[in-house]
Design a protein around this ligand. Structure first.
Ligand SMILES: [Zn+2]
Length: 201
């Protein structure tokens, strides 16, 4: 039974603190692989490689080839995968795009805040039940979920008043419009990573 070294390069949109980003990337690789190739521990695919990713904190190696060589020397069968830093050309979002991301984040928080506010208002009505605006069911207050959807007909926001629904939808529309804005990446020198793991086959 053999083993195969698998490598994948991560170059774009790496955040300043890359650990979680890289771990998510690796988890995603494994998950996709298991969906495509199954969970055979000898598949020779990412899904069969060790669990977990060790993000190395050493100074970045001089280039991509150096990172590949490092992977061949240091990756263990059954061991965790390695994220090996090297200096390369990577893409990052330009300043205007970063601003769009900030606005999206703010808009997304606003949607959540409005949801919470409306839910509180709906929950604090004097009567023990709330009428659904879509199917007419009386819903006991304790069954009103955080989105104020009706548990009987399932229609969204149906336990809100028209004005609460509008108030929430305005924030949702704003968020959707921001997500449509084009964001662009610019190349620059920086730390890239080779993700490497050994998979039994
Ligand atoms: Zn309903």
């Amino acid at each position: 039974m053999g083993a195969v070294l698998l490598t994948e390069t991560v170059k774009d949109c790496i955040p300043a603190k890359p650990e979680q980003f890289l771990r998510n990337f690796y988890n995603h690789l494994q998950e996709e692989s298991r969906i495509e190739y199954g969970t055979d521990p000898y598949s020779g695919q990412w899904g069969a490689a060790g669990e977990g990713l060790n993000v190395l904190t050493m100074n970045p190696l001089k280039d991509y080839q150096a990172a590949q060589d490092y992977a061949e020397e240091h990756c263990d069968k059954w061991g965790p995968a390695l994220a090996i830093p090297y200096l390369g050309t990577r893409k990052t979002y330009d300043a205007a795009s970063k601003k769009i991301f900030d606005r999206i984040s703010t808009a997304s928080k606003e949607v959540e805040a409005r949801c919470v506010k409306i839910h509180k208002e709906v929950q604090s009505t004097k009567s023990k039940t709330k009428g659904c605006t879509k199917c007419g069911s009386s819903v006991a207050r304790k069954y009103i979920d955080q989105y104020c959807n009706c548990p009987v007909c399932g229609k969204k926001h149906s336990l809100m008043s028209a004005s609460q629904d509008k108030y929430l939808n305005n924030a949702i529309t704003k968020l959707k419009d921001l997500k449509k804005l084009k964001r662009s990446k610019v190349p620059g020198a920086g730390t890239c990573y080779v993700i490497a793991a050994v998979a039994p086959e």
